[in-house]
Design a protein around this ligand. Structure first.
Ligand SMILES: Cc1cc2nc3c(=O)[nH]c(=O)nc-3n(C[C@H](O)[C@H](O)[C@H](O)COP(=O)(O)OP(=O)(O)OC[C@H]3O[C@@H](n4cnc5c(N)ncnc54)[C@H](O)[C@@H]3O)c2cc1C
Length: 466
């Protein structure tokens, strides 16, 4: 059997590799970096467990958990410590808790909204009146800002939607498409009119199911790097791994040939599990129209900065999961996680571990700053926002250039075009965060779907043999 070539050894490519391996389909995995796992990077510094990239995944989306179960490591899953799930927003030089009952960005508790200093009375009244919105026919594509402004007002964009989405996407709410980023919200609007009413009804139904207690985020006790390790263990016997950059691909009578550095490799199927801009560079010669749509998916760059402090020198330890800084109040830090509050086992004794997130669409320039400059920026903002004015025990910086796809206006159409072109090119697949979901579970889903499509194609071909 001609092997499958998988381009990219992040979680998307590794998921394809895992499911192909399980079905006995040979594959070659090509990765340009000297590390597998892509943006997943777990390290131990001063006995603290540090995630340089993602730190968890949404429990609600099943695909990462399914892979974890398939790997036999379900006992390693741990939930976020939701007893302490409080998030703060930096406003007017203080940390204001996000009001209780906020379901992502939909307010569901009137009392909590009335009491919060996060938004003014005009916004509170608009939020209350939103409940009485009538179902309306679907309108054209809108930005996240437009959509939220329409329902809850500009302050809800500035102090709720923007900081929440900047923390997840590193994106710009004025450019992100609500239809691509939060399609469920658009469905709710069409069906119910009011998002608040729809969410309250859904919550009432869910309380009857008795499953309302699942933690919002899950991770693995030893960090997400353990997931990468276990996939590699599972495929170790059969993996054909190549360290190199895939430059281009060509169609051949039997499928494709892929150029890795200066060498050509034949393949019946190719899975482009790299960033969309990398997939565009690879396909530009053979499939220019496909490459143009892939290249039109913008990416943002980001940076995580883990900082450890000696807890014995800190009079007051922060509460909650961390804080978000809205764009209207932002200097350079976008968000900060109080790591030990979110996941219990991450800090060593006497260490307070904080993880700051910088960059995003509004501040690509931060990636070019030196480690010393970044450290100074982060320490100054931690002093300002949570009052920690100490030399750190350690600082660990991870830069992620062009790693986070942005689902901007026109995204759904671009993805439909890409899917249509791939459907006309049997044997060529894409997987990754650029298409139908940004998080780890969606990347696993896409990686697995590519493997399943290949397995089915080969089964169909085998059944046609005399
Ligand atoms: C800082 C950060 C925090 C995040 N936090 C979370 C979180 O908490 N929860 C969550 O669910 N998601 C989170 N995400 C998103 C999620 O981690 C990613 O979407 C997902 O891991 C992407 O996986 P991937 O395999 O598609 O891509 P990547 O991990 O980007 O892997 C792509 C791989 O392709 C390789 N490659 C590219 N071009 C070539 C080429 N020409 N030849 C060979 N190899 C190539 C790259 O070197 C890379 O290793 C975060 C992302 C970042 C950057």
């Amino acid at each position: 059997m001609t092997p499958v070539v998988i381009v990219g050894g992040g979680i998307s490519g590794l998921s394809t590799a895992y499911y192909l391996n399980r079905a006995g389909v040979p594959f070659t995995l090509i990765e340009k970096a000297n590390h597998l796992g892509g943006v997943i990077r777990t390290e131990t510094v001063n006995n603290c467990l540090i995630e340089g990239g993602p730190d968890s995944f949404l429990t609600q989306k099943p695909w990462a958990l399914e892979l974890i179960r398939d790997l036999g490591i379900a006992s390693q899953v741990m939930g976020s410590n939701d007893d302490e799930r409080e998030t703060f927003i930096w406003k007017d030089s203080q940390l204001v808790p996000l009001p209780e009952g906020l379901q992502f960005l939909i307010p569901t508790r009137l009392g909590a909204m009335l009491g919060t200093p996060l938004v003014g009375w005009g916004t509170k009244i608009k939020m209350g009146l939103e409940y009485f919105r009538r179902p309306a026919p679907a309108v054209g594509e809108r930005s996240v800002s437009e959509f939220v402004r329409d329902h809850y007002g500009q302050e809800a964009v500035d102090y709720i939607a923007e900081p929440l989405l900047a923390g997840v996407y590193g994106g710009d709410c004025e450019k992100l498409s609500i239809n691509a980023v939060l399609p469920r919200f658009v469905e709710l609007e069409t069906k119910y009119g009011s998002l608040t009413k729809a969410t309250l009804e859904a919550m009432a139904r869910a309380s009857g199911d008795g499953d309302g207690k699942a933690p919002l985020f899950s991770t693995l006790r030893n960090g997400l790097g353990y997931l990468v390790e276990k996939i590699l263990d599972a495929i170790a016997e059969n993996i054909q791994g190549i360290r190199g950059t895939v430059r281009t691909l060509e169609s051949t009578p039997g499928g494709f040939r892929v150029k890795v550095e200066d060498e050509w490799i034949d393949a019946e199927d190719v899975v482009l599990a790299c960033e969309a801009h990398a997939a565009a560079a690879i396909t530009t010669q053979a499939f220019p129209a496909l490459a143009a749509d892939l290249d039109a998916i913008p990416y943002s760059s980001s940076m995580t900065v883990a900082v450890g402090f000696d807890i014995r020198d800190i009079p007051r330890i922060p509460k909650g999961f961390g804080f978000l800084v809205p764009k209207v109040e932002r200097k350079r830090v976008v968000a900060c996680t109080f790591v030990g509050n979110k996941f219990r086992n991450r800090e060593s004794e006497n260490t307070l571990l904080l993880r700051c997130f910088l960059g995003g669409a509004a501040d690509e320039a931060i990636l070019a700053e030196s480690d010393a400059a970044v450290t100074a920026i982060v320490l100054a903002e931690l002093k300002e926002k949570i009052g920690i004015d100490l030399p750190p025990l350690f600082v660990r910086i991870h830069r992620w250039p062009r790693s986070m796809a942005q689902y901007t206006l026109g995204h759904q159409e671009r993805v439909q075009n890409i899917e249509a072109m791939l459907a006309r090119t049997p044997g060529l697949y894409v997987a990754g965060n650029a298409y139908t979901g940004i998080g780890i579970p969606d990347c696993v889903r896409m990686g697995k779907a590519a493997a399943q499509a290949i397995i089915e194609r080969r089964n169909r071909a085998a059944s046609r043999l005399p």
